[in-house]
Ligand binder design. Structure first.
Ligand code: FCX
Length: 437
């Protein structure tokens, strides 16, 4: 049986000549022009990043290694007795582009188990932080604290840097992180919200199962965790968390520095924090109505009040997507097929927002995409299973997002991607280019 590392090595060796040829023979081929509004407007649509891990079509949504979300769930080996696949098998697929066998998947399960112990000093760091620190600040601090254990950084400092083989050190660090992030997140959760009582890992369980177990949430939360981590893993390279991780890694910073930076970007309200904001908005609204599900008219008014006060409707809109996010649809389908969730008032309200908000946003006329994104749906599932501390939701996103970010930076090293350094211009230069006197 070929191990993940050996399979990846083969893929990397096959891939390298493609990248080399493109740069050497076709380096001057144009991919597009840059306009002033793109330069000022967050580099929207500028094609200057390369990744094979996932691709986001504006109308279709995400494909992981060429597979849609339903195709991904159908193809991967399932955890016995569960509807959802092993996160570990998905990691294999993201890294290699191949669907692993059950045997190959279980090899990653075992590998991550061996690596999953949280170092004692990370616990010390977490406990030293004020208990009211945001869980994303705690998560970021835990990740950067582990930098001392980076194999990549150690070998670099020892003068062992080799451009052709340094991906192996990144791969080691990436696997260490993937194995530890779930337990760290669960530790933060229980320290902050569950009276500082902790549940040891169960060696029989896979990553998703263990996460649910260590959180202290019963089945089918293990499947929720698997679904959630896979859905949030990657959204091509230009989003803030993926791009930040890639940018920092391009300076030859190791996986710990790089992913902590990505996490800090994910913590922003326009990115990962939106799922916390969706639930805060929805709950506040329901509280104002004394807990009852509103009428469509009441909801429409509340949405307009939010827009008129200059705020965004959280969970709606997207920088690239121009239709309902299939990650939203996938979670909605989970709600519709799960007895109890379908009838749950909060889900009914989230469904009603789906009916009302797109029209309101269209009338408002600003957002290019009036449809829901992943964040509009995820909080309701967490709430239903008792994870009601919504400032924790972005941490869940961060555990999942690591899969994509870390697979990407392993490939960045394998293909020797350059340090990122776009060129800036001054406002006067833009005025000159525009012909403004
Ligand atoms: N509510 C109100 N206004 C919105 C809006 C929304 N949901 N979405 C976009 N707009 C506004 C923008 O604020 C912008 O206004 P401006 O011209 O006054 O600055 C205008 O519409 C054009 O923005 P647009 O090009 O459509 O969107 P951007 O690429 O600039 O921004 C995000 C994309 C996602 C940041 C934006 O739609 C938004 O703020 N949504 C709400 C927050 C959210 O759900 N974020 C999570 C997104 C995602 F899934 C993730 O990364 O996690």
């Amino acid at each position: 049986m070929s191990t993940l590392k050996e399979t990846l090595r083969k893929k990397i060796e096959e891939h390298r000549p493609r990248t080399t040829r493109l740069v050497k023979e076709f380096g001057d081929v144009k991919l597009g022009d840059v306009t002033i509004s793109q330069a000022i407007g967050g580099a929207r649509g500028i094609k200057c990043l390369v990744t094979d891990i996932s691709y986001l079509d504006p109308m279709e949504g995400i494909r992981f290694r060429g597979k849609t979300i339903p195709e991904t769930f159908a193809a991967l080996p399932k955890v016995p007795g569960s509807d959802y696949p092993y996160v570990e098998g998905f990691w294999w697929m993201l890294l290699t582009g191949d669907v692993p066998t059950m045997e190959q998947t279980l090899e990653v399960v075992e590998d991550w188990k061996k690596r999953s112990q949280i170092p004692a000093y990370v616990i010390d760091v977490l406990r030293a932080l004020p208990r009211d620190s945001h869980p994303m600040a705690m998560f970021s601090a835990a990740i950067v604290a582990m930098q001392r254990d980076s194999v990549f950084a150690k070998n670099y400092a020892a003068g062992k840097f080799n451009k052709m083989t340094c991906w192996e050190d990144m791969y080691e660090d990436a696997n260490e992180l993937m194995a530890k992030l779930g337990p760290i997140a669960a530790y933060i959760y229980r320290m902050k919200y569950k009276g500082d009582t902790h549940i040891p890992a169960d060696p029989k369980l896979d990553m998703g199962g263990n996460f649910a177990h260590m959180m202290g949430v019963d089945k089918p939360y293990d499947d929720v965790a698997r679904m959630y981590f896979i859905l949030h893993s990657d959204h091509e390279s230009g989003n803030v968390s993926a791009h930040t991780t890639h940018l920092v890694a391009s300076a030859l910073s190791d996986a710990y520095y790089s992913y902590a930076a990505g996490i800090n970007g994910l913590a922003g309200p326009l990115h990962g924090l939106a799922n916390q904001e969706v639930l805060a908005w929805t709950q506040n609204f329901m509280d104002k109505l004394g807990g009852k599900v509103p009428t469509k008219e009441e909801l429409e008014k509340a949405l307009w009040d939010t827009l008129n006060s200059g705020q965004v409707i959280p969970g709606y809109g997207h920088a690239v997507l121009r239709k309902t996010d299939p990650r939203y649809t996938s979670q909605r389908e989970f709600c519709l097929k799960t007895p109890g969730l379908k009838e749950y008032p909060l889900f009914q309200l989230v469904s009603m927002i789906f009916e009302v908000a797109p029209d309101v946003l269209l009338k408002h006329g600003k957002a290019k995409n009036p449809w829901p994104n992943v964040d509009a749906q995820s909080g309701v599932i967490q709430w239903y299973y008792g994870v009601t501390e919504y400032d924790f939701y972005t941490v869940l996103f961060g555990v999942g997002r690591a899969l994509g970010c870390l697979a990407n930076i392993t490939w960045d090293r394998a293909l020797g991607y350059a340090i990122e350094r776009p060129k800036s211009v001054t406002t006067a230069m833009l005025e000159d280019a525009a012909g403004i006197k």
